[in-house]
Design a binder for this molecule. Structure first.
Ligand SMILES: N=C(N)NCCC[C@H](NC(=O)CCC(=O)O)C(=O)O
Length: 445
């Protein structure tokens, strides 16, 4: 039996834009109102997917969501034809209108938390879409994410799908961006690490002062319960509130783990020593490589600006690990020097590959934000909808699809163009056929 970690990357949607929607996310705010290129964003994402496929990884595609989200505008009291709903919202409530146009579902690390069968009580792979309550534009995602995931992992024998947690800040859940899993081998039971920003029901505990803590302890515990994880393979760690206040809005902006490696910044967590000891104890006899980056090597500011930790750590066929980093890391001399030195050390990480995902980076989404990891064995992989698995044909087909439907440029003002809704729906209707998803979008239901 072979075991894989499959990366399901978010396909960037046709409305990709910079609206400055994410308070606490430095890139989103500083690039607000810039002009985006939905076409280049989607092509950059596809190029990364294809490169990982060519490196021997199993790579999947996760479809974007229907935007503008007319259904939500109707819930908020805008009436008339779809065109009228959009025009009224754009005129009367421009911020709400911009939020329902966001292509933020591209960051599929936030689509769900996934626990592989090796860790769960009933041996199935468990999925819980993230409720993303902290940001209005992101809170619109979980229902459709759930439908898309069910269309991709559509076999009750191997896959179990849960409803997202209650839509309330007490259970604020950001999915895999605040969850990582260590294991000696993808097929063996691992240690699932939930990193949270605050306690919802205990205000005496530390919490950030300036920016929001999106993930709560209580949400993390609920996911572990739903997925049937045992205490012996679960660790809860609090993010350092000071780094959240410096722009670390998700834990995957300051730490990343894969198999026996945890790569993190010295300031990432609270109670670090005790928590790392707990991870090692629960991991077992084999030593975990705890690769700690000191502030003297890379500052938190550099980490936030370059996304050094929003990198993908991949295990290649030869057993070595490669780090998939954004070109922003290469352009920063301190971070580039750190990575050049890291691969010469005696750790499993031996290669660095740089990718241009600048369109996504400008909204605070690096390589790791763009993917949802699902560890699967041969049998489970065979039960995945094959139309979402990357290969030469799908790559060519999706590139053509983007070229046909996507705009080269989109400004926040262009979002008012009534044609955008038709373009987006036409593109997504065709996409559901390419990816054989059935009807998953509100306009198709
Ligand atoms: N770290 C991970 N896993 N994901 C990154 C998510 C970025 C996303 N940006 C945005 O939603 C910005 C949209 C805008 O401003 O137009 C967010 O803040 O939720």
């Amino acid at each position: 039996m072979r075991h894989y970690e499959v990366n399901f990357d978010g396909l960037v949607g046709p409305t990709h834009n910079y609206a400055g929607l994410s308070f606490g996310n430095v890139a989103s705010l500083s690039n607000a109102k810039s002009t985006s290129s939905p076409k280049s964003a989607a092509l950059q994402g596809l190029a990364k997917m294809k490169a990982l496929h060519d490196m021997g990884m199993v790579q999947g595609v996760l479809a974007p969501q229907e935007r503008p989200d007319v259904t939500t505008l109707r819930r908020l009291g805008f009436t008339g034809s779809d065109g009228e709903v959009l025009a009224k919202a754009a005129q009367q409530a421009p911020q709400i209108f911009q939020a329902v146009c966001s292509a933020s579902s591209m960051w599929t690390a936030n689509a769900a938390t996934v626990s592989p069968g090796a860790d769960t009580a009933n041996g199935k792979v468990h999925f819980t879409p993230a409720n993303l309550t902290n940001k209005f534009h992101r809170s619109l995602e979980p229902q459709t994410s759930g439908r898309i995931l069910q269309a991709m992992f559509n076999n009750g024998r191997y896959f179990e799908h849960h409803t997202h947690l209650p839509d309330n800040e007490h259970f604020g859940d950001e999915g895999a961006a605040n969850h990582t899993r260590l294991c000696s081998n993808y097929g063996h039971a691992g240690v699932e690490i939930f990193t949270f920003g605050r306690y919802a029901f205990d205000s005496s505990k530390p919490a950030p002062k300036k920016y929001p803590a999106r993930q709560t302890f209580e949400a993390s515990q609920a996911i572990a319960r739903l997925h049937g994880l045992s205490d012996d393979n679960t660790v809860y760690i609090q993010q350092n509130p000071d780094v959240i206040d410096q722009g670390v809005f998700h834990n995957d902006v300051i730490a990343v783990g894969n198999q026996n490696v945890l790569f993190y910044h010295e300031q990432a967590f609270l109670d670090t020593d005790a928590k790392l000891a707990e991870i090692q104890r629960k991991f077992g006899d084999e030593p975990v490589h705890f690769i700690e980056v000191k502030t003297s090597e890379v500052s938190v500011e550099d980490a936030v600006q370059t996304y050094l930790f929003n990198t993908q750590l991949l295990t290649l066929d030869n057993g070595h690990m490669a780090i998939i980093a954004p070109t922003e890391c290469q352009e920063n001399p301190r971070v580039a020097a750190y990575l050049a030195e890291l691969v010469t050390r005696n750790t499993p990480i031996r290669q660095v590959h740089y990718f241009d995902v600048k369109q996504s980076m400008r909204n605070g989404g690096g390589p790791a934000c763009l993917r949802l990891r699902v560890a699967l064995n041969d049998t489970e992989l065979a039960a995945v909808n094959p139309a979402v698995v990357m290969n030469e044909t799908l790559f060519a087909r999706l590139n053509q699809w983007v070229d046909k439907h996507y705009r080269d440029e989109l400004s926040v003002d262009d979002l008012r163009d009534p044609q955008l809704l038709t373009e987006s729906r036409t593109a997504l209707d065709e996409l559901t056929q390419i990816l054989k998803l059935g009807s998953v979008y509100p306009f198709q239901l």
